[in-house]
Ligand binder design. Structure first.
Ligand code: AMX
Length: 434
């Protein structure tokens, strides 16, 4: 496999590079304030992640490349298409923009495992129909743990240096199936349990759109874009951090990604995309289904805040500017659905809500994040079941987390185990500090 060859060549040199950092073990690299610990470790530099970096003002860079650069440079199925999401996975893993041939080799490798075993279908069907799609998604993933090559090799006594190899194999097998699982959940829950087989001629991203049942080339492109945009956001966000933490115990990819999905399912994280479109449609409903004026949006936003709720899709723990993932989706909308009334509402919200949040004075970042825009695009192409939206996010996020934890094993990072103290001890520490 081309990707495995590439990684085999890269890993020894990256292990050597890590030794230089290990030699600096006693150097102080950060100062942690009381408020940071109590405030959810915000801003503490305690993780190392090479796949992407999130600058508060510039937004995400995947291995140094901005979103527009990735859109321009990664190989594409057709001239006017969005890039192959698996090209992004290659980039996250290797740091290099792949050739089209390299991406197609990965597509072929994925196709070997792109089938849904009957036992996974049985597990999904055994769950009550009102189970949340994220609970179904996470359950299906962990159910496949029995197939883990990592666990098998661990039981056979593999060495630490070999661990990245089955991690890579498990990741490919899992990622290959995620669109099938997601589409199965979608069609079982919302499309009368009628399923659409994979199309062997489609790429991983386009196939997902096809199996969802949206046969529109624009939607296939949107899916590719979506899968790229949501993939990686360094390693401190809840889903990526959870994946890293679980994998640090040498739990395999199935456990790690299932747990990561459980974190993604929270309304302050990935579930915000479902909450966001709900908020927008409720806003429009409130005004008789029309596009509300900016004054009306302002009042509605204040009502939300005054009732003690957050405005979904706005704010971020790290970002301090408009999320470039929002901008990329806005550009897609301007190209394909400029006159859509919901998109117009999304645009008007963008003009109003940041000012409202600034006046409200609480949110450190009044600007929109990725979730403020993703729902309207799905809705436009007919995927209107909001509670499914986080599953779409999950398929994409699994690209980033698997890339991160393959490297965790390649570099032999240890089990994560920070220290906790009692609240009383912590208070005394803070009182006695400078
Ligand atoms: N609406 C109302 N209040 C907000 C707000 C928003 N959109 N964003 C932040 N605030 C509030 C916080 O709730 C907090 O209030 P508190 O002091 O009463 O607890 C205060 O502002 C300070 O918060 P912060 O430091 O600016 O944000 P954070 O790092 O603690 O949290 C986030 C970040 C994203 C959870 C928060 O901005 C939020 O709840 N946003 C809405 C939900 C959302 O869009 N989540 C998706 C994020 C992206 C993703 O992971 N998919």
């Amino acid at each position: 496999m081309l990707l495995k060859e590439k990684l085999s060549a890269l890993i020894p040199q990256e292990r050597e590079a890590l030794k230089e950092i290990k030699a600096l073990a006693d150097k102080k690299v950060d100062e942690v304030k009381c408020g940071q610990v109590i405030g959810g470790m915000r801003g503490c530099k305690v993780l190392v992640c090479d796949t992407s970096y999130l600058d508060p003002y510039e937004g995400i860079r995947f291995r140094g490349y901005t979103i527009p650069e990735v859109q321009k440079l990664l190989p594409k199925p057709g001239e006017n298409d969005e890039p192959y999401p698996l090209g992004l996975w290659w980039l996250l893993l290797t740091g290099e923009i792949p050739t089209k041939e390299e991406v197609l080799s990965l597509e072929e490798e994925f196709k070997k495992y792109a089938y849904l075993p009957q036992y996974v279908i049985d597990v999904l069907r055994a769950m009550p129909a009102d189970s949340h799609p994220m609970a179904m998604f996470s359950t299906a993933i962990v159910a496949m743990e029995r197939e883990s090559q990592f666990r098998k090799r661990y039981d056979e006594g593999m060495t630490k240096a070999e661990m990245w190899e089955p991690m890579l194999e498990d990741s490919i097998r899992l990622l290959a199936r995620l669109p099938l699982i997601a589409a199965y959940i979608y069609r079982r829950k919302y499309k009368e349990d009628v399923h659409i087989p994979a199309d062997p001629n489609e790429d991983w991203g386009g196939n997902f759109a096809h199996m969802m049942g949206v046969e529109n080339p624009e939607y296939k492109n949107l899916m590719r874009l979506y899968l790229i945009l949501h993939s990686d956001h360094e390693s401190g966000n809840v889903s990526a951090h959870t994946g890293h933490l679980v994998a640090s115990a040498l739990s395999d990819v199935y456990y790690a990604i299932s747990a990561a999905m459980d974190g993604l399912a929270g309304p302050l994280h990935g579930l915000a995309n479902q909450e966001c479109l709900k908020w927008i449609l409720n806003l429009m409903d409130h005004f008789g289904g029309r596009t509300p004026t900016k004054e009306e949006i302002e009042k509605y936003a204040w009502d939300t805040l005054n009732s003690g709720r957050v405005i979904p899709g706005y704010g971020h723990a790290v970002l301090r500017k408009t999320d470039p993932r929002y901008t990329a989706q806005r550009e897609f909308a301007l190209k394909y659905l400029p006159d859509d009334p919901i998109f117009k509402t999304v645009s008007n919200i963008y003009e109003v809500v940041p000012e409202v949040l600034k006046q409200h004075g609480k949110a450190k970042n009044p600007w929109p994040n990725v979730d403020a825009h993703s729902g309207v695009l799905q809705y436009y192409y007919g995927v209107r079941e909001f509670d499914f939206y986080t599953v779409l996010f999950g398929v994409s996020r699994a690209l980033g987390i698997t890339a991160q934890i393959i490297w965790d094993r390649a570099l032999g990072y240890p089990i994560e185990r920070p220290k906790s103290v009692t609240r009383q001890m912590f208070k005394e520490l803070a009182e006695n500090a400078e």
